[in-house]
Design a binder for this molecule. Structure first.
Ligand SMILES: Cc1cc2nc3c(=O)[nH]c(=O)nc-3n(C[C@H](O)[C@H](O)[C@H](O)COP(=O)(O)OP(=O)(O)OC[C@H]3O[C@@H](n4cnc5c(N)ncnc54)[C@H](O)[C@@H]3O)c2cc1C
Length: 544
């Protein structure tokens, strides 16, 4: 049997940070707080896994049909997921949780699932915010969550080449601890770092906060070991290769639809000596965009480069507590009419090069205290979501990327779409990652929850924003496609692109057991179909 793990989907759980009273007061004045949501108890429906299938799975791996285990792997951590775990919206509960302990066991589990016609949802940290781990059964007889937590080792380190092999279930903090013992770092710190896993990073082409210095996750990967229903596939293995198209990139971003990543070989770097983080302010969004573009195009971005718009800066200053008034006074004294906060952090790149390029721009330096404050609170967003939900606030994020020439158009269009749908909402935005040709925009929305229809309130806003985003840039810069972005995928990659994904899927997963309804629908049986086992509460069944 699996052990029940401390995964309660309705809460971030590792560490929940309460909202400071002044933040709550500001929020209630700015948009108002919603009514507390009535608690609706969530129960797991009976498992649809047959006794034969259970026995066959138990013969090769740890397996559990306990309610707590199944509820703990029911969906990811989007706002809608959190609502579902509070009893609002249809919860997809897997029929069983399978927890293999080795790559060989993963292969055996897949064989059993093919034989018994069971859908398999690979489950890493379960931090997906796009429905990537939703337990959709499709036309299969049952659906299992394949929890990779048992693959938690550092397999090898090659200090000469600076390459390490990590198993898929290793979390962000565990990877840093294991590599740190050898004097190395991966340098991959997304905001979901505390819970997300190596396999999840690879499966979603994740981007960490210091991506300008260390690269996106796919830039770090040397090779990937993947279990598929038709056998094991090892892709990559040299620092560079011209042996045809880079098939490694087919696995990276495959979201569990082409196979289960069991091991990832990654480039590592020596741990940074004396990292430094600083805060700056520019006057107005356009000035900030021009500044970040210059740094990117001059090749002197800091490892961490973030530009907040006026609204996000206002919130950051409000949350600074007693220091806020002094800071605002200082910015008025420096004649900054529309403060936009810039956070720069250096871990492996040259600070001097960035600072020299900055000298051509009008910036107000806030110094290392502001940088330290950002570093200290870098994971507060996820930790405070629970407190915001408790306070009756709808809180969600969305992200995209576009070329520099369209950044401001995108910024305005997404804001307008969200405000048109949600009314008087706080819509904050920052540039989270920058490239020579463009940047990613990351939006955070806060609005009082609509008590009569909390799910529909966000679903409609997300559709409105996705329509805009898919017209002006990519549907996702780092959150992946999952189920939520699937309706807009063809618009981005074209019908030939969708056909290519389908052909790969049919080759590696001919019976369509892998992650139905996510990223791609194969020839056979991988349409999203019904939810996992029928939800216990009447009216909670969604058909797709
Ligand atoms: C608060 C918050 C902040 C976030 N911030 C960031 C951010 O800064 N940058 C960023 O990139 N993302 C971010 N995300 C999104 C999410 O954390 C990433 O997509 C992350 O890479 C998912 O890792 P995971 O281990 O949790 O994967 P899961 O959520 O478990 O799975 C994600 C997808 O990958 C598949 N999958 C997982 N493991 C495997 C495997 N071993 N083999 C095959 N398929 C697998 C799943 O089936 C699913 O489709 C954030 C999410 C939250 C909730």
């Amino acid at each position: 049997m699996c052990n029940t793990v401390a995964v309660t989907r309705a809460r971030w759980t590792t560490e929940t940070t309460p909202l400071p009273p002044h933040a709550l007061e500001w929020l209630s004045q700015r948009v108002g707080l919603g009514e507390p949501l009535p608690e609706v108890p969530v129960t797991a429906p009976p498992s649809a896994l047959s006794a034969d299938a259970f026995e066959a799975l138990e013969a090769v791996s740890a397996v559990s049909v306990e309610d707590a285990d199944r509820l703990g792997r029911s969906g990811g951590l989007s706002y809608l997921d959190l609502l579902r775990h509070r009893g609002h919206g249809a919860l997809a509960v897997p029929d069983a949780v399978v927890q293999p302990a080795s790559p060989a066991e993963v292969l055996e589990v897949l064989q059993v699932c093919v034989e018994h016609d069971i859908a398999v949802v690979p489950f890493g940290g379960g931090t997906s915010v796009v429905g990537g781990v939703e337990a959709l059964r499709g036309p299969k007889s049952a659906v299992v969550a394949l929890d990779l937590a048992g693959l938690g080792s550092l397999v090898s380190v090659d200090p000469v080449s600076r390459v390490a092999v990590l198993q898929a279930g290793v979390t962000g903090p565990e990877a840093e601890k294991l590599l740190g013992e050898h004097g190395f770092t991966l340098g991959h710190v997304p905001q979901s770092f505390e819970r997300a896993t190596i396999g999840g990073f690879a499966a979603t082409r994740s981007a960490g906060q210091a991506s300008a210095g260390y690269g996106r996750f796919e830039d770090m990967v040397e090779s990937v070991r993947v279990a598929t229903p038709v056998g094991e596939w090892v892709v990559g293995g040299a620092p560079a290769s011209a042996a045809g198209p880079d098939l490694k990139q087919l696995v990276l971003g495959s979201e569990g639809a082409f196979g289960v990543i069991t091991e990832v070989s990654v480039r590592v770097r020596p741990r940074p000596y004396g990292p430094r983080y600083e805060g700056f302010v520019v006057d107005g969004w356009e000035a900030g965009v021009a500044l970040v573009r210059t740094l990117a195009q001059d090749g002197v971005l800091a490892d961490i480069t973030r530009l907040s718009d006026v609204e996000e800066t206002e919130v950051a200053l409000e949350l600074a507590g007693p220091r806020a008034a002094t800071l605002k006074k200082y910015l008025r004294f420096r004649r900054v009419a529309q403060p936009c906060l810039v956070i720069l952090g250096w871990e492996c790149r040259s600070r001097e090069a960035t600072m020299s390029s900055l000298s051509g721009h009008k910036v107000v330096r806030l110094g290392r205290a502001m940088g330290a404050s950002w570093l200290h609170g870098r994971f507060n967003g996820p930790r405070q979501r629970d407190a915001l939900l408790d306070a009756g606030v709808c809180v969600e994020t969305l992200e995209t990327a576009t070329h520099w020439s369209r950044v401001s158009e995108m910024w305005a269009a997404v804001r307008d779409a969200l405000v048109a749908e949600l009314g008087d909402a706080v819509v904050m935005c920052h540039i989270s990652h920058a490239y020579e040709t463009g940047a990613s925009l990351y939006f955070t929305v806060l609005v009082p929850r609509d008590l009569s229809d909390p799910v529909g309130q966000w679903e409609r806003a997300k559709v409105a924003a996705s329509e805009v985003v898919s017209r002006l840039g990519t549907i996702t810069h780092h959150h992946a496609v999952g189920r939520d972005h699937l309706p807009w995928l063809e618009r981005e990659i074209g019908s030939i692109g969708v056909g290519v994904l389908r052909a790969v899927k049919d080759r590696v997963d001919p019976t369509g057991i892998l992650n139905p309804g996510k990223l791609v629908q194969g020839r056979l049986g991988s349409a999203g179909g019904r939810l996992g086992a029928s939800p216990g509460t009447p009216g909670h069944i969604r058909e797709y």
